[in-house]
Design a protein around this ligand. Sequence first.
Ligand code: GLA
Length: 715
Amino acid sequence: MPIVYQEESKQFYLHTDHTSYVMELYEDHLIHSYWGSRVNTIPNVEYFYPFSYGVSTSAHDIPGKLLNSTDKLHREYPTYGTGDLREPALQVENAAGDSITRLRYESHRIYPGKPQLPGLPATYGQDCETLEIALFDAFSGVRTVLFYTVFPQKDVLTRSARIENRGDKPFRLEKAASFCVDMHREGFEVIHLQGAWARERHIHRQAQSAGTMVFDSKRGVSSHNTNPFIALVSPETTEQYGDAYGFCLVYSGSFSAQVSGEQFGSTRVQMGIQPMGFSWELAPSESFQTPEAILVYSDCGLGEMSRRFHRIIRENVCRGKFRDTERPVLINNWEATYFRFNSEKILALAEKAKQIGVDLLVLDDGWFGKRNSDNCSLGDWIVDRNKLPEGLEGLCNKVNDLGMQFGLWFEPEMVSPDSELYRAHPDWCIHVEGRPRTEGRQQLVLDLTRPEVCRYIVDAVSSVLRSCPISYVKWDMNRNLTEMPRKGFAHEYVLGLYRVLEEITSSFPDVLFESCSGGGGRFDAGMLYYMPQTWTSDDTDAVERLYIQEGTGLVYPISSMGAHISAVPNHQTGRTTPVAFRGKVAMMGRFGLELDLGRLDQATLDALAAEIALYKTYQQDIHTGDLYRLLSPYKGKTAAYQIISQKRVLVFIMNISATPCQAPLRLKLQGLLPEGRYKELSTGEVYEGRTLMGAGIPLDARGEYCDFLKVFEIL
Ligand code: GLA
């Protein structure tokens, strides 16, 4: 039984194969008592406080107890207004205007599996057990149900909360975190993924500061700038050793993650919907469900933390037939042609692509309305016959005749002021009556809180998808939300988006969907629930991609990251790297191409064909295997990654800059069976696992942009 309630000690034990999370009822408070490596028992909370401590400023709202103030206690879902005056997880404005909530334990239940979260993406599966704990404030009618689901074999815990109004007056939710954990120590280092357009999810690791550290997005999307993921690690934690606590929100909108050092030496960490601009009225008998968070603890470093995230996201967040099947190698025409294309150009690209082994051609932006630049036509999802005289159907059929599948770009959440849609429905975009409408990339965002707008989007996209055999959709979203007309709107928008995505993706189960937001501006587990891959970044430079992909891979699996070989000199950075180097970097993701094949000589085409063939040989290993980061580009000039699948061990090595007069490096492999036998493919030599992990393999890392792929069969 992964979840156990011990009546005698009033403790809840949530066990996975290697971890335990323990809570206790202290009086009627739900207290956090332990989260770490697997234990059988934990003493009751007072054992950990052999002396009484405190300050006179703390209000004693638990009179007569050793721990007499909620200011000292580590409550699972802290509220504000009695003893605990720290940052609460839940903030309510009661009908009387005050913000006081005092949640008492009411009841709990444990059951197999887990419920779906209404209207929200979340982990799913049978291999799990759920605990619901209800807490109630009889004075205000605020009831909170905390959800804990344990995936024992995956070493993962998920949390969310449902807030209910059980009173007879309405109240307003001002903040409802998805979870809160009061950790019993301070002095962590905090890892977070920061960036910008074309520089998404760079890894930042910094010492926990006194006070509160905030990592958030107020942009209406999870954003290029801050990803909804943080990790708390010990200063000594490395890839293979030490404590790592990871937190990832399954949500695509504005969010906030906070890490607060508290006066008695604990650390409060919480994450949820961005409270700024949020307010949600709950009338009597109404309820509000927060997004879910995935919590992972690893006592063997960041590498294992990432692998646990990868497995749960790959197998229990991503859905649909493409979760497990091979996906096509695609070529996208964006960097090949931008807006300057016609059917001949696209067909010529498809023909060449077919010759080198590509399976699917994606027609990107510019196929609809009169869109020859990014200043018009979003919303008018009607083919431009000037560019494609035989329509999409004609082009699609010709691409299919070449033996290739056809895919299409959309940006369905948007409208251009210069569009038929905007002229017909100027009120359909997000706006405040009378205020100027701020444009971004010369476009406005459609108001997805309005049912008729969502209906239009579903119908418009569906009718194109029904018009010809389209096998793939790139779903783009190129700007942030402004002029939001009311508090709570950003969340309403996300709920509208999720309804649209659910309807479209379930109506077209055979279409592979890839999400995108000006590159990786909405790379989160929420989007991955609907679409199993995301375009990682508009920066296609192979060296830049090493940093972006390693940061992304801290939490998201390789199988979710779109990665393409593009042209040199690279369009974003001007850098020139060899095909093989670009190929290996793209193989550390969902491999594709994005360049004009017509401009390449035969030798380059042959080199591309070789990379495609190599990827096809190993793609199942790459996308189902376990990732080990051996050398990080953040720490040196060489990046090395190892993947262990059921049959093979693959080692990818990419060298960024040249060093003269250097002896071979010895690259130690990880995660092998010490007694296991591994046959290196190119030489046929067989090595013991302990040899490869102890002595390593020699590595020639002298040359600029050189790459290696070493393959070992597991005997
Ligand atoms: C965004 C995407 C690109 C491309 C363009 C088209 O920037 O990230 O890949 O689709 O839009 O306008």
